[in-house]
Design a protein around this ligand. Structure first.
Ligand code: GLP
Length: 242
């Protein structure tokens, strides 16, 4: 595991975007595993700039996203489908047919999850998987639990996650209570993993995830066992690690 400490959010975003950009340049038809949340927004802005400057070509790139709220239609501005179009896809020359997210509108959760595993397999798996980090150590929407779940699953969001994500909704009651997320095994199969974390409020969970014991109670801790992980932190998020 490589840990890079960047000065601040902008520096973190640029450094992490450079790693994604290198992947796209080295393998123009690569599969990017993408993430939502507020942390990767700056990274996506840098990728858009790379495209506008003529350095990045997304025409053959394929993407698979980590997760999607269960029950939110694509047009809902809080769906992760909407987020990805708003923050990246609509601003680069990616073919929308090459972009994939779990289908939040599929009510049959077993079907939604197995279809998504098939989709990920059909594109060949992630060359690089981008991850943010939840305050409880969740990656994607894999919440703390008693065992690492392998494949795409339907999860009940914890109170902490609903509380953290309510800032995007009119109220906590409007936050969906469930989501479809890649499983820990689906994430761990990515060839490379890139984690971005920013802010003093994540310093404790950064320490627990990357310096503490590996346990499903801190889902991100499993990343310590992946052979090719780069974690890009800003100084505030890195404050509690040596
Ligand atoms: C959500 C997403 C995660 C993300 C996390 C942290 O729960 N499902 O993929 O990593 O939020 O978000 P933020 O970057 O806004 O702190």
């Amino acid at each position: 595991m490589r840990i890079i400490v960047a000065k601040d959010y902008d520096d973190m975003s640029r450094k992490a975007a450079n790693i994604m950009a290198a992947q796209i340049i080295n393998k123009p038809d690569c599969v990017l595993g993408l993430a939502t949340g507020s942390t990767p927004i700056g990274l996506y802005k840098n990728l858009i700039k790379g495209y506008e400057d003529g350095d990045l070509d997304f025409s053959a790139v394929k993407t698979v996203n980590l997760d999607e709220y269960r029950g939110l239609p694509k047009e809902n501005d809080q769906s992760y489908y909407y987020f990805m179009h708003d923050n990246l896809f609509d601003h680069v020359n990616i073919d929308p047919a090459n972009t994939h997210l779990p289908d939040g509108t599929e009510p049959d959760s077993a079907k939604a999850c197995s279809e998504y595993e098939k989709t990920i397999a059909s594109v060949g798996g992630q060359d690089i998987q981008l991850l943010g980090l939840g305050h409880d150590g969740h990656i994607g929407f894999n919440e703390p639990c008693d065992e690492f779940v392998q494949e795409t699953q339907c999860v009940d969001l914890t109170e902490m996650t609903i509380e953290a994500n309510k800032r995007f909704f009119a109220s906590a009651d409007d936050v969906p209570k469930q989501a479809y997320t890649m499983g820990i095994g689906t994430i761990m199969k990515a060839k490379k993993i890139l984690v971005v974390v920013s802010g003093a409020d994540k310093a404790d969970i950064v320490k627990a995830s990357f310096c503490g014991p590996v346990t499903p109670q801190v889902p991100a801790s499993i990343l310590q066992f992946h052979p090719d992980v780069t974690v890009v932190l800003d100084e505030a998020a890195a404050a509690k690690i040596k």
